[in-house]
Design a protein around this ligand. Structure first.
Ligand code: ZN
Length: 307
């Protein structure tokens, strides 16, 4: 029996942050703003625009405030700022983000490497930040990173991810994201993990974040949608990587994902041709081909009618 598929799925464009952060070419502010404007023109309504972290740690994101300053507020559009601590939250709020995202890693080793704290300490920080976001009238969301496997600790037990999801849910996020940070997940694992998180947290929307490192990204995206994920992260062109996993490739390419969903009859509200144009533009900006498949192969007539 084929799974019941939703009529629509929300796409969160993470190219300007997760993508560009891990590219060797650092784009100037004007090009980053242009990138975001192009994504919005294609119909994307949530964009992860920058991370508000120490510029010493992530030099490519040192201009986060400058990027936000270049964007105009639009109704129905959310500019997401990634934060790791209260200081980052205060910066994202001051810069005008309408949504903040935070990540906690499913293993202590990865969390220590990324955030210099245990997973439990980062969960405590998240709960404080989430409360501050609610008080400020902006949307908090949380990602459980390395939920499908860790480069340091190996396999991650589903029970551990469910336990973390349950604890971060106390911050009343708009959704909980499960991230395959290093691209090791497979569809059966996606089905199981989403099923267990949804069982533990009825009514909590689940988003997924996949990297295509081992070419399972789109298969995982299909499994996620079939298992009830309501939103997926993707990056135009599939740009990006992971500084902790040298061989890691980028996120699933937004245009490849939108193509697949459109031909399956799942609406995203995104104009595929506009995405392809942006992907080609991005290749020029980065001075190299992007990993996505559709930008090389082109679309197919059946995918044009996107609602
Ligand atoms: Zn990522």
């Amino acid at each position: 029996m084929s799974p019941r598929l939703p009529a629509a799925v929300e796409i969160v464009e993470v190219g300007p942050r997760d993508g560009l952060q891990n590219e060797p070419t650092v784009l100037p502010i004007a090009a980053k703003v242009d990138f975001i404007e192009r994504a919005l023109a294609a119909g994307i309504r949530r964009v992860e625009v920058a991370s508000f972290v120490s510029p010493r740690r992530v030099p490519a994101m040192a201009d986060a405030e400058g990027v936000l300053a270049g964007l105009s507020k639009r109704p129905g559009v959310h500019y997401v700022g990634l934060v790791l601590n209260r200081r980052g939250f205060d910066r994202a709020l001051a810069a005008g983000c309408s949504e903040i995202g935070m990540a906690v890693f499913a293993t202590d080793t990865f969390n220590e490497r990324n955030q210099g704290a245990t997973t439990a300490a980062s969960i405590a920080a998240w709960l404080e930040i989430a409360a501050a976001a609610h008080a400020a009238g902006i949307r908090p969301q949380i990602t459980v990173s390395a939920a499908f496997g860790c480069p340091f600790e190996g396999e991650v037990a589903a029970a551990r991810v469910v336990d973390i999801a349950t604890r971060v849910a106390a911050g009343r996020p708009v959704e909980i994201a499960l991230a395959d940070t290093i691209g090791v997940g497979v569809p059966s694992q996606v089905t199981e993990l989403i099923g267990r998180v949804r069982e533990a947290l009825p009514g909590m929307p689940v988003r997924c974040h996949f990297h295509n490192t081992r070419n399972t990204g789109l298969a995982n995206a299909y499994a996620a949608v079939a298992a009830g994920a309501v939103a997926l992260d993707a990056s135009i062109g599939g740009i990006g990587g992971c500084p902790f996993a040298p061989a890691a490739t980028g996120n699933i390419p937004t245009e490849d994902l939108v193509y697949m969903l459109a031909r399956m009859g799942i609406a995203t509200g995104i104009d595929l041709e506009a995405l392809l144009g942006t992907s080609r533009w991005l290749q020029e900006q980065l001075g190299r081909p992007v990993p996505g498949a559709l930008v090389k192969a082109g679309s197919f007539p059946g995918a044009r009618a996107v609602a």
